[in-house]
Ligand binder design. Structure first.
Ligand SMILES: Cc1ncc(COP(=O)(O)O)c(C=O)c1O
Length: 391
């Protein structure tokens, strides 16, 4: 039977063992486990790669979203617009800072927030008059940046903060007449996650925030470390001077070392490798009637956090997954439930949403194994077995 991993971190480790081992050993030897030099080194490497002034690392991609919202004063009475089809954090964080997430339908081809649905949701909130439209969480779902020009235009029209949730999109990019811009530089502020299975993952939890705004960067740094006084960093006692409420959300040094150990291979080999895998899937599955393949729009470059297709409506998804599993092929469903139907939002304004595309996607999507270390014969096997299972 095939030994195909959904995301093969063991093969990755075998490929980059020397870099990882040397980074880990250097952290252990120095024993600077919290706020060691690797943390600053990583922040400067990532800020340069993304093309923004500041990168502030933190404990995970969820905290990164919360910290970014807190730094912009998003809270009670504010409406934050979030795609209905995403991982829970995108909507959980606005709610945990006291705001009201308002869920918006997505595009049937890219699975990203639909700008027409966004504008309709903003207008509805204005008409209701209960909440102030304040921010948009635009997710780079499955690796592809959100619809940058159209979402930006809505944010500009209604004076909304644009937060790019790049947890799945790191390494992707968007190109227009003014050039190429990397994911995590596409909003007013952006966040990412280094969860192990993400495009650039660590060996535990980790995250980062990206901004060009000096004041917001200082605020994020402060909030990430218990609201410490970040204005007077030369004062050795400043870290015990807490001037606001914050979180305990540092990225630990070992995780920073792991991301640094992976970074060159990620940018020089893995991004291209994973795009070849996605292209090969699309080429092999293009003739299967009834299924819809993921679409990367012109100007977009995806880092392929997931390869997510839509099965024919009415297909027995569970039976297809079981057949593939019996052949040694793991699959997943991202996502099985629209955000507005999550129990956590039951009975709140957030539970009110009309999102037919999301509801259809939740019933039909299937995510295939994808990582840069899949061989051609493995990709061919997955495609052939999927075709057999669909029948
Ligand atoms: C779109 C999205 N946002 C936020 C997160 C949260 O990241 P973390 O798991 O690092 O908290 C994830 C993680 O799966 C995600 O996919």
């Amino acid at each position: 039977m095939a030994n195909i991993q959904f995301r093969d971190l063991q093969r990755q480790y075998e490929h980059i063992k020397d870099q990882i081992d040397s980074r880990v050993s250097s952290v252990v030897t120095s024993s600077r486990f919290i706020s060691g030099p690797e943390v600053k080194e990583l922040e400067s490497v990532l800020a340069e790669y993304v093309g923004v002034k500041h990168c502030i690392t933190c404990a995970n991609g969820t905290d990164a979203i919360s910290i970014a919202l807190m730094a912009h004063g998003v809270g009670e009475g504010d409406a934050v617009f979030v795609p209905d089809f995403t991982f829970f954090s995108s909507g959980e964080c606005p709610a945990t800072v006291g705001a009201t997430p308002v869920f918006v339908d997505v595009d049937d081809e890219t699975y990203n927030m639909n700008p027409v649905s966004l504008e309709a949701a903003v207008e509805a909130v204005i008409k209701e008059g209960q909440y102030k439209p304040k921010a948009v969480v635009a997710v780079d779902l499955f690796g592809q940046p959100f619809d940058v020009p159209a979402i930006k235009a809505v944010c500009k029209k209604y004076d909304l903060l644009l937060l790019e949730d790049g947890a799945q999109g790191f390494g992707g990019s968007y190109k227009d007449d003014s050039g190429v811009r990397m994911a995590c530089s596409l909003g007013d502020i952006a966040t990412t996650s280094f969860f192990p299975a993400k495009p650039l993952g660590c060996y535990g939890d980790g995250g980062a925030i990206f901004t060009n705004d000096d004041n917001i960067a200082l605020l994020c740094r402060s909030i990430a470390v218990h609201g410490k006084d970040t204005q007077n960093l030369d004062d050795p006692n400043a870290k015990y001077n807490n001037i606001r409420l914050g979180l305990n959300s540092r990225l630990d040094t070992l995780q920073a070392g792991v991301v640094l150990g992976k970074f060159d291979t990620f940018k020089d080999e893995e991004l291209e490798g994973i795009n070849k895998v996605a292209d090969k899937y699309s080429q092999l599955l293009g003739d299967v009637s009834g299924i819809k393949l993921p679409v990367v729009k012109p100007g977009m470059f995806s880092s392929w956090a997931q390869y997510t297709l839509q099965l024919p409506e009415g297909a027995d998804r569970a039976a297809i997954q079981k057949r593939l599993k019996d052949d040694g092929i793991p699959t997943n469903i991202y996502y099985i439930k629209p955000m507005h139907l999550q129990g956590a939002f039951a009975g709140t304004r957030s539970a009110v949403a009309t999102c037919p595309i999301t509801e259809k996607l939740c019933k039909t999507v299937l995510c295939l194994p994808i990582h840069p270390y899949l061989t051609d014969s493995e990709i061919e096997l997955v495609a052939a077995k999927l075709k057999e299972a669909i029948g």
